[in-house]
Design a binder for this molecule. Sequence first.
Ligand code: CA
Length: 222
Amino acid sequence: MSGIVLIVEDEDKLAQILVDYLCQAGFKTHTLADGLAVVPWVHEYQPCLILLDLMLPGKGGVEICKEVRTFSATPIIMTTARVEEIDRLLGLELGADDYICKPFSPREVVARVKAVLRRGGAAAQSAAGLSLDESRYRAILHGIDLDLTAVEFKLLTLLAANPGRIYGRQHLMDHIYPDQRIVSDRTIDSHIKKLRKKMAVAGSGEELIQSLYGVGYKYEGK
Ligand code: CA
């Protein structure tokens, strides 16, 4: 995660005021005014928080919020000029972390940004990234249920038990198929591929499972 607060606001003056206040409070910022530019930017730079205006040229805040939530858990604070909009937005269950009504005091925005980041930081820490519930085959990464198959869960549990240790494919196969069933190397690769995909959706952009060409896999995480 980049540590940048992304400000999405098409009113130049307002955007500049937010930049000034957030910079004073020690944040790095980036500003976008075009709704269409937001999702690609978030993909590439992974901001630590998004201040998202509801009414934007190109693509609206509601749609942007939904799209970002398909690949990122980064906190989103939505801003709107209409207080009655907030009830409607809450009803849509967009996954935004907070809502602020305009006109707002920039001081209040900074306070809310800090509060949301504190909350997010606490959640990430308590999860220590990954938590595994072996009784239910449930894996939670950064607070998100990965919804793993039994095989994926077993692979992840083994790898995560010894971060940094490299496991060869044969070892992994013996672990998930103790009955010595004949499976090919590719079976492991395809399970790992699906597992990594699920983890990428919940993750913060880091590759937790790394492959070593021709050797096997390891888990890199805390
Ligand atoms: Ca606007």
